[in-house]
Write a protein that binds this ligand. Structure first.
Ligand code: XIL
Length: 445
């Protein structure tokens, strides 16, 4: 008999759940009697849309009889499960649309779920979009030509006003074959930027890590090699003159450790002053383009920073450079605020523009976590806030852009590069902003 009652209860429960999940938005709740504890369980929640940011909702679990039971939220249909902690929870959507919000309570007999649909409308009062929060500088995102539609597009147009091609404007992509330049992917990216009124930052003309293999095996004379590089820089920059506002002309020319010039094929064939030559070609090709030197670890590695500023000083004395790009491939606990500030100070004191390029914040540099813990997510948020604060405090005339090196954690180059999991970026799988995104906003307040 007890079994029969139990079956009946489960049957009723399923019917209730079905009714609820098919129902309309108002006052849904499920009530079942938990016989073991002899108290009724009533599951329900309230959902409200924030007035200041209409992409943000607050959910409040108003269930009764659920003390001691585990419950969780899903902010999209079959979306990621988020623990239901005490008090109201907020969730920010990236994109306008209808979303099914579900609260599930793990009741003794069977899970009880209640779902409601929220409609996130397009809004003009969105103060959580990064580009609106950024004061006097561009918010940049690294993109790929096949990640410019759907939700990628929605996030890009909502939050960003600057683009950098993650890899498709590098030499080994554009100049795959000797004698023929392929602009298919780079055109898609540049056209997208222009169509959406975004700045496009060209990355990068000369980099030891993106040399086409035919060029590495170049068998002509050094003069021929030099002409080839000059022609390449000229053709690419002129194609995009007026569309690409700035270029990393030379990227990562300094060797780690020795801080000497890397002995790249450019140096071997064009000489120790190859950098200066490249900037001369670039200046001549598009005199309106803003020219950057870009490198990594130039915050904490003072030897490398000095070597970089020596290169920059030489270029600046010949009016061949306008800004410094500090790649911000950093970690949740390193480098320090003072170290980051030091590269800003060096750039500002020279009257140059500062680009915080390629921001990602590793949370797992020591490979000691297997998923993004709340503690690390908070540490990442704090570091993001620090970076944005430092950038925000730069004098207006030296501001340029803060560029994020990818959107969703799953799209980051970090896990592959380091050979271990990481969650270095700013959006979740469903394109909702992470805490790190919140940190950026906090830093720009
Ligand atoms: C990386 C991209 O993220 C990868 O997709 C690509 O395969 C290799 O390059 N410094 C730079 C960037 O200047 O161009 C690099 O980007 C990351 C390190």
């Amino acid at each position: 008999m007890k079994n029969l009652i139990n079956y009946l209860k489960i049957f009723l429960l399923i019917i209730f759940s079905l009714i609820v999940s098919c129902g309309s938005d108002d006052d849904l709740n499920v009530t079942v009697i938990d016989e073991e504890r002899e108290i009724p369980i009533s599951v329900d929640f309230e959902v409200t849309i924030s007035e200041t940011n209409t992409f943000e909702i607050t959910v409040n679990n108003t269930s009764t009889g659920t003390n001691g039971l585990i419950s969780y939220w899903q902010f999209t249909e079959n979306g990621e499960r988020v623990a239901d902690n005490d008090g109201p929870e907020t969730h920010v959507y990236a994109v306008a649309g209808d979303y099914l919000v579900t609260l599930t309570v793990e009741a003794p007999d069977a899970d009880i779920t209640v779902s409601k649909t929220v409609t996130i409308a397009e809004t003009s009062t969105d103060n959580t979009a990064l580009k609106n929060a950024a004061n006097g500088f561009s918010m940049g995102m690294a993109v790929r030509s096949n990640r410019l539609s759907g939700s990628h597009n929605a996030v890009l147009v909502r939050e960003f006003n600057s683009l950098t091609a993650e890899f498709e404007m590098k030499m080994d992509q554009i100049y795959k074959t000797e004698g023929s330049l392929d602009f298919t992917a780079s055109d898609i990216i540049v056209d997208y930027g222009v169509a959406n009124n975004m700045d496009v930052h060209g990355h990068t003309l000369v980099w030891h890590n993106s040399i086409p293999s035919w060029m590495n095996n170049f068998s002509g004379t050094d003069e021929e090699f030099e002409t080839l590089v000059e022609d390449y820089i000229t053709t690419v920059m002129q194609r995009y003159a007026g569309k690409v506002r700035s270029w990393d002309v030379v990227n990562e020319a300094i060797e780690d450790g020795s801080n000497a010039l890397r002995n790249s094929i450019f140096r071997q064939k064009m000489g120790d002053n190859y950098i200066e030559k490249c900037y001369q070609y670039a200046r001549a090709a598009d005199p309106n383009a803003i020219l950057f030197y870009n490198d990594y670890n130039v915050t904490f590695d003072t030897g490398k920073q000095n070597a970089m500023f020596a290169i920059v000083d030489n270029l600046q004395s010949k009016n061949l450079i306008d800004g410094v790009g500090a790649q911000m491939h950093i970690s949740f606990n390193f480098p320090t605020r003072t170290q980051i500030q030091s590269v800003v100070d060096g750039t500002v004191s020279r009257g140059l523009k500062m680009h915080f390029a390629e921001l990602d914040i590793r949370v797992n540099p020591n490979n000691d976590i297997t998923s993004l813990t709340q503690q690390r997510a908070i540490a990442q948020q704090n570091k993001a806030k620090e970076v944005a604060e430092i950038y925000n405090a730069i004098p207006d005339e030296n501001k340029f852009a803060l560029t994020l090196w990818g959107m969703r954690d799953s799209e980051s180059w970090l896990p592959e590069f380091w050979g271990q999991p990481d969650w270095g970026l700013f959006y979740n799988e469903d394109f909702s902003p992470k805490r790190s995104h919140e940190g950026l906003l906090e830093g720009m307040e």
